[in-house]
Design a protein around this ligand. Structure first.
Ligand code: ADP
Ligand code: MG
Length: 597
């Protein structure tokens, strides 16, 4: 007889439970998510002894008929997807059909459910995965699930439960998370027979945050002007500048209604705080990212706490934009009151906050733009807002006209512009990185980056390890414009590389520097460089950073204005592909405020 056998169903469920059901809080999560998926308007959660003695979740959702009630305890029984293609567009919280059978296999489990249209409901009693009883029940429409003595039949797991206080804290945090994601649902929680939470349904997230965390917490947040870019919509609340917590429990980041932990979201938030927040602190935030369900894969983590984004670079830059736009509004902290609309004195960067999706058509206006750029002060004073030489930056009809005047260069690094009453500061290298990145990516999609042949091939000395890496990734390097091959093996782990051509846009840098930077940066990527979609983005981003370092400074006002104009016409003008800011605006009134007595 072979050594491989198929697990009996109950054992298989217990194994699956090992992944889905870590602790009482995970049971609460699964049950509450099912209630939400069932359209509940009201959810009651009761628990005893940190949830290890009892968890009971009652909802007024759709309920199930008898056959569904029996079916939902079978492994992989779900009403939420039918075929594998459905996995690409999941709009419910559940979809695997694993939670109920897993939970029922490791507890004493009772399911009572009734559809509104049915006279009698169904009660099913299960113990350690075995159905003991099925009978009629007379409960109100909706579903009630009781999970008693969690892990009673898996002593090894029960031993791993922490103290009652710890388990209760996890459990409450879970309730809080779902309550924040669904202010439209009312929640009640009873712990050991005492009601500890009662949240009325509301259509205002601020009310829900305040009910849960208190007025003080809410006051430390600033509301985001809803932002939409590249098919990603962001709403929510973000900490005011300087507010930080060392644990990330105060950072709730939702993707299509699901709270997830992801550095792709949290890093840009942290990055937005660089310079205002000490190391190790994270800005509190409640942010909702909504995108087409095909843009995100939520089937990657057993407890669905992680997702995979189809386009992480876009998500990252949108998250950064969101944080920055919130901060633009937060800067004048005096007089702020949560829930109030944009402060007219301190508007966000145009197009960054309210309307990052506004498209600006440079071609139609570029001549006027240059005109505006060449004007001197006296001319500008005479300008009226309707004047044709004032360039509208945003195409939105209600946006105010925008014209920029070049003021000069600072430290050989920043370009300063005056725009209305505000000061625009552009970082030259970051701006170039953004522009080059978009150009390179477009080229890589069609083929390869331009390369420049060296008159005489250059021979570089390199370690054998580097040579081997270069040899193994020759295709990707050639797409980036670098043509190089190992050239004889030296001694002591050192060899030679013959370089015939380098990326044209970086050609002013020493060949050695190009090769070393390219190889080093590509080697530190999370994944080996490829020429698929993500690989091309990483490659474009890497080469743009190198090439941006090689270009010379814009030496006259026209070149400076051209750079600003091109930047504003790019797809994501305000950040580099790595999320570094390219353009910072000191809003009108901000200087006044700083010099105020
Ligand atoms: P999933 O949520 O992944 O589909 P579950 O095991 O959590 O898997 O639930 C199985 C099925 O049972 C669900 O697809 C749903 O049809 C049904 N169900 C579970 N809980 C409820 C509930 N509270 N109200 C109505 N139907 C429910
Ligand atoms: Mg479920």
């Amino acid at each position: 007889m072979g050594r491989i056998h198929v697990l009996p169903d109950i054992l298989a469920s217990q194994v699956a439970a090992g992944e889905v059901v870590e602790r009482p809080a995970s049971v609460v999560k699964e049950l509450m998510e099912n209630s939400i998926d069932a359209g509940a308007r009201r959810i009651v959660v009761e628990f005893q002894k940190g949830g290890s003695r009892l968890i009971r979740v009652t909802d007024d959702g759709s309920g199930m008929d008898r056959s569904d009630a029996l079916l939902c305890l079978e492994r992989h029984a779900t009403s939420k997807i039918r075929e594998s293609t459905d996995l690409a567009s999941i709009s419910t919280l559940g979809f695997r059909g694993e939670a109920l059978p897993s939970i029922a296999s490791v507890s004493r489990f009772r399911l009572s459910t009734r559809r509104r249209e049915d006279e009698a409901g169904t009660l099913i009693v299960v113990s350690g995965g075995k159905i003991l009883d099925v009978e009629d029940s007379g409960d109100a429409p909706g579903t009630r699930i009781e999970v008693a003595d969690l892990f009673f039949n898996v002593p090894a797991r029960r031993k791993f439960l922490r103290g009652e206080q710890t388990e209760s804290a996890h459990l409450l945090q879970q309730i809080e998370t779902l309550a924040i994601a669904h202010p439209e649902i009312s929640f009640t929680c009873r712990r050991d027979e005492t009601e500890i939470l009662r949240l009325a349904a509301t259509d205002d997230l601020a009310v829900r945050i305040r009910d849960l965390r208190g007025e003080d917490f809410l006051k430390r947040l600033v509301a985001l002007v809803p932002l939409e870019s590249h098919g990603v919509r962001v709403t929510g609340w973000m900490a005011r500048p300087g507010e930080g917590r060392s644990d990330r429990a105060h950072q709730m980041l939702f993707v299509n209604g699901r709270m997830i932990r992801s550095p792709i979201l949290s890093q840009p938030l942290r990055e937005a705080c660089d310079g205002t927040l000490a190391k190790g602190l994270h800005p509190p935030a409640v942010l909702f990212f909504e995108m087409d369900s095909s843009a995100v894969d939520c089937n990657v983590h057993p407890a669905k706490r992680e997702v995979r984004f189809r386009d992480p670079a876009i998500i990252r830059s949108v998250a950064l934009m969101a944080a920055r736009s919130a901060w633009e509004r937060a800067a004048p902290s005096e007089g702020f009151s949560p829930g109030v609309g944009a402060d007219p004195l301190f508007p966000p960067i145009p197009a960054l906050a309210a309307s990052s999706h506004l498209s600006w058509q440079p071609s139609a206006h570029s001549r006027q733009y240059e005109l505006a750029g060449r004007m001197n002060d006296s001319q500008r004073v005479a300008e009226t807002p309707e004047s044709t030489s004032v360039l509208p930056l945003a195409s939105s009809p209600e946006a105010s006209p925008f014209s920029a005047r070049y003021l000069g260069m600072l430290s050989g690094r920043y370009l300063l512009f005056e725009e209305k009453e505000s000061l625009l500061m552009l970082e030259i290298r970051a701006a170039r990185e953004r522009l080059l990145y978009e150009r390179f990516l477009a080229r890589l999609i069609q083929g390869e980056l331009e390369s420049q042949h060296l008159l005489l091939p250059e021979i570089l000395e390199m370690s054998s390890a580097d040579l081997a890496w270069i040899d193994a990734h020759r295709g990707v390097l050639q797409a980036a414009g670098l043509f190089a091959e190992p050239f004889g093996q030296g001694s002591h782990g050192v060899g030679s590389l013959k370089v015939d051509a380098v990326p044209a846009d970086a050609a002013t840098l020493p060949v050695m520097e190009i090769v070393v930077r390219l190889v080093d940066e590509l080697r530190t990527l999370d994944e080996a460089p490829t020429l698929d979609r993500q690989g091309r983005e990483a490659l474009a981003s890497t080469v743009s950073r190198i090439a941006a370092a090689s270009s010379c400074l814009p030496d006259d006002p026209e070149a400076a204005l051209m750079l600003l104009r091109q930047l504003l016409a790019s797809e994501l003008p305000y950040v580099t592909p790595k999320g570094r800011p390219t353009l910072v605006q000191l809003a009108p009134g901000e200087l006044q405020r700083r010099f105020a007595p």
